[in-house]
Design a protein around this ligand. Structure first.
Ligand code: LLP
Length: 433
């Protein structure tokens, strides 16, 4: 096993992903290619659903935050597993619609929904809008009134939590483009506006404190602040908030230095905390919603590349260049995100070589990692970067006119193309002149 149990080594010494030989997958589908182990995503959905139903009752609905990985097949999978989804754009909504995802299980997010987004989402009949700000609330109310409907909404609230210092701070994260802050009084203002708005039914509150979080404390702080606020709303407005969406954010193991979280026990912990805060603040337990993205899909993925050049610069460093890079995975360039890499055709050999993993773009920042432990690499090797299921394909670009890789789903010894490889023709599809 390497990092997660679906990454292993077979008798040929090759990396396997969900039991399938990564070198054979690279030969069959070409490189670069995103590989996804479908069983891992399904098992993660089931873990969230089972735990949420156990802790919050049969109507619990975990939402898949589909910004993490978005294509029609993933929405079909989420629908089959009984998940809800979080969409953040007209494009995500359209993709979900094409996949036949049930609209009533869609929560529509975003801090700047356009009038067209609002109309499209209403045409689709999305279950809930997560309303970010007073301008959006007014636009939504106008459109809903015109249609003679009452749109169910959640309000996005900024609780003022910094998940990295693990503290609820008075000013921290209030300075955000998202939501309305409790500390400034703007959260209470928008609650009152929502209650007075035609065509709007205020159902719940939402907050999202951050991503790749391993500790419970920031979630507990957020729950405490949100439940206190729900109690304030009850006191001040006589109105009972029925839904509390605590966002996503659970961390994923990308390297040996990361911990692995049991999402099931984390959900049990959150449920216990929410129940006790509700008791303290004397409010009825709301329907609690979680909205994971990364933790559902990240570990399921790996990206396969072919090694091109290996350059050793004496007394500096070794560069191993591959046929992908920041266009298919911008996360190191953006956040210095750490990954684990393996030479798939030498996976049984020790990772005793240190290298900077470089992409093929004309830009020195186009790296997939620095100081990475690898097997000794040479031209023609297949290199796998593990745990690339989240925020890789969904953040991919065509920088340097590089076509996006395909997404290949593996399951029980079968591999299927879920998203085909872009062609050079695709690249000029929209060029008019
Ligand atoms: N809900 C809301 C409102 C969010 O903004 C996000 C992520 C999620 C749920 C899902 O969070 P997760 O469970 O995936 O941590 N591009 C960055 C991550 C950005 C996350 C944005 N919001 C990355 O590659 O690390």
């Amino acid at each position: 096993m390497i990092l997660h149990k679906h990454f292993d080594v077979n008798e040929k010494g090759h990396l396997t992903i969900g039991g399938m030989d990564a070198v054979e997958l690279a030969e069959r589908f070409g490189t670069p290619a995103y590989i996804l182990d479908e069983n891992v995503i399904r098992a993660n959905c089931r873990e969230y659903l089972t735990a949420a139903r156990r802790e919050f009752g049969e109507d619990a609905l975990p939402l898949y935050a589909s910004k993490a990985l978005c294509f029609t097949g993933i929405y079909k999978l989420a629908a089959e597993e009984g998940m809800g989804i979080d969409c953040v754009s007209g494009g995500e909504l359209f993709t979900a619609k094409q996949a036949g995802f049930p609209a009533e299980r869609i929560y529509f997010h975003g801090n700047n929904k356009t009038d067209r987004d609002i109309r499209d989402a209403m045409d689709m009949g999305v279950g809930r809008f997560v309303v970010d700000n007073p301008d959006e609330l007014r636009a939504l109310s106008k459109e809903a009134s015109k249609r003679g409907i009452r749109q169910g909404i959640l309000l996005r609230i900024t609780p003022g939590i910094d998940p990295h210092t693990h503290k609820a701070v008075v000013t921290g994260n209030i300075d955000s483009k998202f939501g309305s802050a409790i500390a400034t009084g703007q959260a209470m203002d928008i609650v009152k506006q929502a209650l007075a708005s035609d065509g709007i039914e205020l159902i719940g509150l939402h907050c999202h404190i951050g991503s790749q979080i391993f500790d419970l404390e920031p979630f507990s702080d957020a729950a405490n602040i949100m439940i206190r606020f729900i109690a304030d709303i009850k006191r001040e407005c006589g109105y009972e908030i029925r839904e509390l969406n605590l966002g996503g954010g659970f961390g994923v193991k990308y390297t040996e230095y990361d911990r692995e979280i049991s999402y099931s026990s984390a959900i049990a912990d959150i449920a216990r905390i929410v129940r006790s805060f509700c008791k303290t603040h004397e409010i009825a337990m709301p329907r609690v919603i979680l909205e994971p993205g990364r933790s559902l899909v990240a570990a399921a993925g790996a990206t396969l590349y072919t090694v091109g050049s290996v350059k050793e610069i004496p007394s500096f460093r070794n560069y191993v260049s591959v046929d992908g890079g920041m266009p298919d995975n911008p996360r190191y360039a953006l956040y210095q995100s750490q990954y684990t890499a393996v030479i798939a055709n030498k996976a049984d050999k020790p990772r005793d070589y240190r290298a900077t993993l470089a992409g093929r773009c004309c830009e020195s920042g186009d790296l997939l990692g620095e100081n990475m432990e690898l097997q000794r690499a040479e031209r023609g090797d297949i290199l796998a970067v593990l745990v690339t299921g989240a925020y890789n394909y969904s953040m991919a670009s065509n920088y340097n006119r590089i076509p996006r890789p395909p997404v290949i789903m593996v399951k029980d010894g079968e591999a299927r193309v879920a998203v085909r490889r872009e062609t050079y023709k695709d690249l000029i599809r929209n060029d008019v002149l």
